[in-house]
Design a protein around this ligand. Structure first.
Ligand code: NAI
Ligand SMILES: O=C(O)C1=N[C@H](C(=O)O)C[C@H](O)C1
Length: 269
């Protein structure tokens, strides 16, 4: 059987370039398309040469319709607006859509759910094995500790990140809320500034640090009386996200239409 053809969107981005390396090195898939936004100075160039290496025979294009039509999977780490558009294209082509993009609004998520009626969509704010294991640990610790243990999620990322809290922080917050038998919407504390008043018992707080080239760091802090428990994940290489995304694209080939996450892919659900 022919290997699944993969289209990568946002190929000139931090994750896009990492995905190109990981997908190109895999002998389980074929890279069949490289998409960038209209106006990008990578358009029309050979992808390998644009990345500073040898010619790859794949030209960078903004014609996502044509590229997605000949693909079995789209791996997409771009922007919310672009991701919603790619979800519709992938659904039309019945291609698996792997979404790493974060900062999606409730409206964006609604559009993605509608697209998932036609093809598999695998979406996670963090595609690494470590963070998805940490979600299970967070849920268990939150369930084991009472409400007198305050939960705070602290994350740090590079200076270019545009959304906060990070997608990972929200996933970890949701896992903690589920451990407490509630949804994050019910427990999430508003961002703090000025005279905030005392902490609401049982709430889950978020803090975001932005600076330098930090790949991604997340602490889930359980603060009790006289002791603190800290669950931590440190990402030092974006390859962990790209490897997870490729694994999801391959796993998705055997799934029917619907919404999935990395816990499903990794069998941790
Ligand atoms: N789920 C996960 O494991 C991870 C998720 N992310 C998320 O991935 C997203 C991208 O992150 P970075 O690569 O750091 O950002 P970036 O800004 O370096 O790359 C985004 C790329 O998307 C391109 N793009 C924007 N609109 C487009 C369009 N309409 N068509 C095609 N390409 C388009 C941009 O030109 C750019 O090259 C962010 O939302 C980030 O939070 C990042 C790392 C891991
Ligand atoms: O923008 C990033 O870089 C990252 N984004 C994801 C997030 O929002 O959690 C995953 C990772 O932390 C890197």
């Amino acid at each position: 059987m022919e290997k699944p053809g993969i289209v990568i969107t946002g190929v000139s981005g931090r994750m896009g370039q990492m995905l190109v390396r990981v997908v190109s090195a895999s002998d389980e898939v074929r890279l069949v398309g490289a998409i960038e936004r209209p106006g990008s100075d990578w358009l029309g160039r050979d992808l390998g040469e644009a990345m500073g290496g040898q010619a790859s025979g794949v030209l960078v294009s903004d014609d996502a319709v044509t590229a997605v039509a000949r693909a079995q999977a789209v791996i997409d780490f771009t922007t919310p607006e672009a991701t919603v558009a790619f979800a519709e294209l992938a659904a039309q082509a019945r291609a698996v859509h792997v979404i790493g993009t974060t900062g999606l609004s409730p409206e964006d998520l609604g559009a993605i759910s509608r697209a998932a009626r036609h093809a598999p969509i695998i979406r996670a704010g963090n595609m690494s094995l470590g963070v998805n294991l940490l979600m299970g640990l967070t849920r268990k610790v939150a369930a084991a500790l009472g409400e007198d243990w305050d939960i705070e999620v602290v994350e740090a990322h590079h200076r270019h990140k545009v959304d906060a809290p990070s997608g990972t922080a929200l996933m970890l917050g949701e896992a903690a809320a589920v451990g407490r038998g509630a949804s994050l919407d019910a427990l999430r504390s508003p961002a703090r500034e000025g005279m905030t008043g005392e902490r609401q018992p049982g709430s889950i707080g978020f803090s975001a640090i932005r600076g330098g080239d930090v790949v991604g760091e997340h602490d889930v802090i359980f603060a009790g009386q006289g002791e603190r428990l800290v669950l931590r994940h440190l990402a030092t290489d974006r390859a962990i996200f790209a490897r997870g995304a490729l694994r999801a694209a391959i796993w998705g080939q055997d799934q029917g239409p619907g919404e999935y996450d990395m816990m499903d892919v990794l069998g941790l659900g």
